[in-house]
Design a protein around this ligand. Sequence first.
Ligand code: HEC
Ligand SMILES: [Cu+2]
Length: 355
Amino acid sequence: MRGWLGKTKALALLGLLLLLLSGCGKENLTALIPKGYGSQSSMDLIVLTTVVMSTVFLVVALLLVIVLIRFRKKKGQEDFIPKQVEGSVPLETVWTAIPIILVIIMAVPTVMAEFDLADTEKRDDHRSITVTGFQYWWHFDYEDDEIQTSQDLYIPVGEKVYLDLKSKDVLHSFWIPSLAGKLDVNPENVNTFYIEAYEEGVYYGKCAELCGASHALMDFKVIAVDPDDYDQWVSDMQSFDPEELELDAVAQEGKELFEANNCMSCHAIGGSNDPIGPNLANFGDRSRFAGVLDPTKENLVDWIMDPDQIKPDNKMKTDAYPEISEEDAEKMAEYLMELKPSDVTPDSVPDLASE
Ligand code: HEC
Ligand SMILES: [Cu+2]
């Protein structure tokens, strides 16, 4: 007899799923290989619930098999009716109590972990960074150090970092699968939790709340570096002055074009203001820009000339700045790629994705 799915088709489907899902295990983009405190505590809960549920499954399956074999109707028993046990108080008590106990075993650690991650009592002993979600990019304000970055979040390894999350427009959700669970990013309140990375690396972050046309392109990176490197990075960022950069003639022209074409009305380079567009201070150190693009000259030129084609509905509107020729866009790209305040970059940490 054939079910709705033939054997061959079922096998093909399984194979396809295997192929698709095997792409989900990147070392820097999976909750299943925890690399931080929050993801480790989620993993512990995943293991606990899986063990509890598998045990229940195995015990029930075993009992079922035993009953099927031992108590099946045998020859000569055609008219035999076994002893009826419905309404047995001891049995009913046992199988009401066991599930309740199991739920308690899973619920107590879960609730404790939730409260632990949201615990802000000791936050004054730790670093705080304000995270703002925008359609469709992320901004990071290191208030204690008076620096800002967009798209790339730098943190020191082995330290708790408190993140205050808020949104400038709609609901977003902040998610670094390898480091921590998701937390909502709301326009009307600030949600706080902390993250801690155990290993150096570049971790991939995502917006996990459908927030508009380019939601799927709203990626960011967390660059977890050795604490000494972190201090170095902070001081590099603090002392970075784009006016002091030594630029070649093309990049110098690009700088002037950047200033002349209204780009500065939305983009700061350094400083600590309330942003409209990404802060471009360490643009030349980025591993990606606009969330998903490699920082190559070609990509930058395409972006500057027509950002909407790359990221539909994004808020860098071409009517907010003059039309840019390809030549001018190339010069500006040359300039932006020169904005490299630090030697501590996504390239200076171990590449987890290729391990
Ligand atoms: C109306 C405000 C506005 C103006 C004017 C503007 N931008 Fe943007 N720009 C944005 C916003 C908003 C983004 C983020 C888009 C996204 O990723 O969703 C952005 C993104 C970028 C990025 C990618 C940054 C990153 O870190 O991911 C670059 C580079 C850039 N703009 C360059 C320029 C240049 C060059 C000009 C001038 C020709 C310019 N922008 C003018 C608002 C603006
Ligand atoms: Cu979003």
